[in-house]
Design a protein around this ligand. Structure first.
Ligand SMILES: [Zn+2]
Length: 277
């Protein structure tokens, strides 16, 4: 007989987790081999990364972040994530155009169903990612929108037929002391589930006195919640499982900072992702 529910059961958090986990994607953004010289020239021009660290940015294996599905259709998905994996080649005064981003970087994604199947077998040694296209970028607000053709999303050798439900933006911004949850996918750590609470809904970058070589202008929601580097781009969720922020970064203190609800709403509307807003 199952144990009776109790105050430690976290039923709401588990409901949010179960309805959202299939919408979380692992994302790899890497330089195209043909673009190395152009990337070196851009890094030297914008100088957002110290000279001694620029070579590491050219690793063809790329870097990883987390993304969340914001639109699911029969033939495609749209995935929202952060743009800062490319911040070594842009700053607000010299933003990267969508055309240039597409010519310099390749993006690949993996769904949670694939990862679970992959971990349940030993025959296939390497994961096969789905190619994604960048269809929207806002360098100042650290936001990136991806498009993936539905047939390209595999579950090992077969097409993934599971749902990747588009999560919707909350109609209202969060308030101080609201509880919240996050599911992220740092490298090797799918389904990382944490909960926290809102400390301040909308700080300015200036308020936080951040080192801001890029010149970011979005507002940041200050949250008491655990995070790590590969969690960037993960959605912050309210008690209805709706998006209230997107992870920008932690800065070594007790808070994690999320791109604000208002900035996400503007970006999604500009790119005609209007479902639920
Ligand atoms: Zn899937």
């Amino acid at each position: 007989m199952a144990a009776p529910p109790n105050a430690f059961s976290s039923e709401l958090q588990k409901w949010i987790y179960n309805r959202s986990v299939g919408s979380i994607f692992f994302i790899t953004i890497g330089p195209k081999a043909s673009a190395i010289n152009a990337l070196i020239a851009l890094m030297n021009k914008v100088e957002t990364v110290p000279a001694e660290k620029r070579a590491a940015e050219l690793d063809l294996r790329g870097q990883n972040c987390t993304g969340v599905v914001v639109e699911e259709a029969d033939d495609h998905l749209k995935i929202l994530t952060c743009a800062h994996l490319m911040q070594h080649v842009f700053k607000s005064s010299e933003p990267l155009s969508l055309k240039d981003a597409c010519s310099l970087f390749s993006v690949r994604v993996l769904c949670d169903h694939y990862e679970q199947s992959f971990r349940g077998q030993s025959r296939i040694r390497a994961r096969v990612y789905a190619p994604a296209s960048m269809i929207g970028i806002d360098c100042e607000k650290d936001l990136l929108l991806l498009h993936v053709y539905r047939p390209d999303i595999k579950n090992l050798g077969r097409r993934c037929t599971n749902s990747h439900q588009g999560l919707i933006l909350s109609p209202t911004p969060p308030e101080a002391f609201d509880k919240c949850a996050m599911i992220s996918w740092p490298p090797g750590l799918p389904r990382t589930a944490v909960e926290g609470s809102i400390s301040h809904p909308s700080r300015t970058v200036r308020d936080l006195e951040l080192v801001n070589t890029v010149g970011y202008t979005m507002n940041l929601t200050q949250v008491v919640i655990a995070s790590e580097k590969g969690s960037s781009g993960a959605p912050l969720l309210d008690g209805n499982g709706r998006i209230i922020g997107l992870l920008h970064g932690g800065f070594g203190g007790q808070f994690t900072y999320f791109i604000s609800h208002a900035d996400i709403g503007c970006f999604l509307r500009r790119h005609h992702v209007v479902h639920g807003i």
